[in-house]
Design a protein. Structure first.
Length: 143
């Protein structure tokens, strides 16, 4: 039987992505990245529901395109990728903090674990307003 799950998911989010720059989990209640985390989770949830996406269990590729006004500095690429990837993996592994404040969004996961990531890309494009595009895709398994 052929697997009919979507193998790529692309969605756009208004504003800036969450940034992972400190030891404190970005999932902690009241964290300064909480609004960005919630916005990303909501956008991912909407896209996943629209397409019937199920979390990938094999190798993953993540592409992040940041759209920002020219001359505006953002966080560095690794902090942005780290934040986006932390949010989009399965959060149930984060057992050391409570996640009840995320509500149903705690279940939003596009892949199981960051160890699945085999390819990452980051691009900045000029735009009038901050937004970003996330693309997650399965990487074909080489035999």
């Amino acid at each position: 039987m052929q697997d009919t799950r979507a193998l790529a998911l692309t969605f756009e989010v208004s504003g800036l992505p969450p940034v992972k720059t400190e030891a404190l989990s970005i999932f902690a209640a009241g964290h300064r990245q909480a609004t960005r985390v919630h916005t990303l989770l909501q956008a991912a949830c909407t896209a996943a529901q629209r397409t019937g996406w199920t979390p990938l269990t094999g190798p993953v590729e993540v592409d992040l395109t940041l759209r920002c006004p020219p001359g505006h500095r953002t966080s560095d690429a690794s902090s942005l990728l780290g934040g986006v990837c932390a949010v989009l993996q399965d959060k149930k592994r984060v057992a050391t903090i409570g996640l009840a404040h995320l509500g149903v969004l705690v279940d939003v996961a596009l892949w199981s674990d960051d160890r699945q990531i085999r390819r990452l890309s980051y691009v900045e494009e000029p735009a009038e307003e901050f937004s970003y595009l996330v693309r997650v895709s399965a990487v074909p398994t080489m035999v």
